[in-house]
Design a protein around this ligand. Structure first.
Ligand SMILES: C[S@@+](CC[C@H](N)C(=O)[O-])C[C@H]1O[C@@H](n2cnc3c(N)ncnc32)[C@H](O)[C@@H]1O
Length: 336
């Protein structure tokens, strides 16, 4: 089957990378057919349970569909293809359209697809058995049947100010979740955040059933992380108040690392020169991360990436603009 991921378009490459990493984490073998800002299309063999597990991880996709067909995005070609691709499953139907093209009128399209697909079946717009989705991009149209809708509202509900312990350094939960997904960590494996701050990354990993270890040089951050993890009822965690170098003794071998490096503007480095701290941090990360596993690291400057490359292999970089025109770079490394 071909799976179509409807991407959020909040970033040009991160949503597709997150979806691919999440499929790898769930051990789904795939061939990538097409990857654009709008969609990711993959060929795979899978079932609803696996699709649901993947959908529950994602932060930057809206929907996962099973593709019926794709074709050039013109009305007549689309309708001709629709007539050649009947839906065999039984039950009521709703037709919905995500239209990102200026050349196709959504209402007219739904109307005409209705002529093709609602002949021998009832329409039910509130609780259909089958949701037919037309995803229209600038040049290509995709028609698919919804397999899973991705609920992203819970990320908003976990923003910093809804937690018992808040600090301005807190990452948005969507970004924290995408970082966790990019590590490809699996349920019951162990993820380390050695600059855990308020515990935002640990929360997102913990909610996926990952065992989490956090450390930070500030006792108030460790106390705050504990409050936050308890608030979300995350049970499998360990927290340590210590300098990053000392975590080697307490977490000598982990499956994944996701962390946001301190940046002098808003977090403490206890007087240490930032380049020296980053070098020590990368050295420690390479030491405790298992071979062939991934670390995802938030940095404020692209050049820091090269410090990491002395210890780890660079896989990808995703720039995200945050508040006050600050850009953070989320860098994925593999421990070869
Ligand atoms: C950018 S913040 C992390 C924010 C976190 N991701 C969150 O969502 O709250 C970086 C953290 O690194 C900690 N830190 C600074 N120097 C450290 C060191 N040498 N060892 C361990 N932690 C350190 C700071 O106390 C700060 O909490």
């Amino acid at each position: 089957m071909q799976l179509l991921f409807e991407l959020s378009k909040e970033h040009t490459t991160l949503p597709a990378a997150e979806a691919i990493a999440s499929m790898n984490a769930e051990e789904l073998k795939t061939n990538i057919i097409s990857s654009t800002e709008d969609i990711l299309l993959v060929e795979t063999q899978t079932n609803n349970t696996t699709i649901n597990r993947i959908s529950q991880r994602l932060a930057y996709s809206f929907m996962i569909d099973e593709l019926l067909f794709s074709c050039p995005a013109t009305m007549d070609i689309l309708l001709r293809n629709a007539r050649n691709h009947p839906i065999t499953a039984k039950g009521s139907i709703a037709i919905r359209c995500k239209n990102r093209s200026k050349h196709i009128d959504s209402e007219l399209l739904i109307d005409q697809l209705g002529d093709v697909y609602t002949k021998n079946r009832p329409v039910n717009l509130t609780k259909p058995d089958i949701e037919l989705r037309a995803v229209i991009t600038e040049n290509i149209a995709y028609l698919g049947i919804k397999k899973a809708a991705i609920n992203t509202s819970h990320f908003q509900q976990r923003r910093g100010h809804f937690r018992p312990f808040l600090s301005p350094i807190t990452l948005h939960p969507k970004i924290a979740r995408a970082m966790v997904n990019l590590t490809q960590v699996k349920k019951q494996q162990t993820l380390l955040d050695p600059f855990c701050g308020t515990g935002g990354i640990l929360i997102e990993a913990g909610l996926l059933g990952v065992n989490v270890i956090g450390s930070d040089i500030e006792q108030k951050m460790i106390d705050g992380s504990r409050k936050n993890l308890d608030f979300y009822q995350i049970k499998k965690y360990h927290l340590f108040c210590m300098d990053i170098a000392n975590i080697i003794q307490y977490a000598p071998s982990v499956d994944a690392i996701a962390t946001d490096f301190p940046y002098a503007r808003s977090t403490t480095t206890k007087g240490e020169k930032i380049a020296s701290l980053y070098d020590r941090a990368f050295e420690t990360i390479a030491h405790v991360l298992k071979k062939k596993k991934y670390a995802v690291i938030g940095v404020s400057d692209q050049e820091i990436r090269t410090i990491g490359e002395q210890y780890l292999s660079h896989v990808g970089t995703y720039a995200i603009k945050s508040h006050r025109s600050l850009t953070r770079y989320f860098v994925v490394y593999k421990n070869e």
